[in-house]
Design a protein around this ligand. Structure first.
Ligand SMILES: [Mg+2]
Length: 248
């Protein structure tokens, strides 16, 4: 296999950092915030009830399925309204959420690997979530950032992949999309005409998922971003060479 890679698009949640611990902390921080600023809301919407409310709001607004920020804001407004609280507190509650959402703990290999990769190729972040790379302090590693919220549709829609390629100024066939999700990342990228790299990290028990997608196979498959950086180093024979191939 030999193909040109001139740029990278990169998923964030569960590729650069694990999302699950962030999700747990967000629920706890919002609960504490409501206890302090709107106790009736915290009383009525416990962590479990707030979770159910988010699901209800998402079901009521299918057109906002790609926009995690809008759904979060609507959920906070509904919780305040339905508990007789002050809906004007929604902005401050959202800020408490957003600060926690951007308190990420990267996988141990991620930052060094991205430093290595970004020294060779432009990277565009391509996320269905609402992380803010500038707030996180990683935006210097990226030449562009696209999110489903700001773009208006989510992966695996080919449109968001093609928009990222356009921002990078590189044709889709020469862009490698890197991500953890078989459908949103790998199948989505393949359908949009990009190359795909599946990042299949070990779970807490050290196990790796099996590839189960019927339609497509990833072009590349690694268990970390460091392994991808190694592959890129080994595959690129000389600086400026556009053609990359699987090392022997
Ligand atoms: Mg992901």
């Amino acid at each position: 296999m030999a193909f040109a890679v001139r740029a990278i698009t990169l998923d964030l949640d569960d590729t650069v950092w694990p999302f699950a611990p962030i999700g747990v902390r967000i629920e706890r921080v919002l609960d504490e915030w409501m206890r302090r600023h709107s106790p009736a809301t915290a009383e009525m919407f416990t962590v479990e009830k707030m979770r159910a409310l988010r699901e209800r709001i998402a079901a009521e607004h299918p057109a906002l399925g790609h926009d995690m920020s809008a759904l979060r804001r609507l959920t906070l407004e509904a919780a305040l309204r339905e508990s007789g609280g002050d809906v004007a507190l929604a902005d401050a509650a959202y800020e408490a959420f957003f600060a926690e959402r951007n308190r990420v703990e990267c996988y141990p290999d991620a930052i060094h690997a991205l430093e290595r990769i970004s020294a060779r190729l432009p990277i565009a972040a391509l996320s269905n979530g609402n992380a803010d790379l500038a707030r996180i302090g990683l935006d210097h590693l990226f030449t562009a950032q696209l999110s489903a919220c700001s773009f208006g549709s989510a992966k695996p829609d080919p449109a968001i992949f093609l928009a990222a390629c356009e921002r990078l100024g590189v044709p889709p066939a020469e862009v490698l999309h890197v991500g953890d999700h078989p459908d949103a990342d790998v199948a989505g990228a393949a359908r949009a005409g990009l190359r795909s790299c599946w990042i299949n990290r070990a779970d807490d028990a050290g196990r790796h998922a099996q590839w189960r997608h019927a339609e497509v196979e990833p072009d590349l498959h690694f268990d970390s971003l460091a392994a991808l950086a190694d592959w890129l180093d080994a595959a690129l024979p000389a600086p400026g060479d556009r053609y990359w191939s699987t090392p022997a």
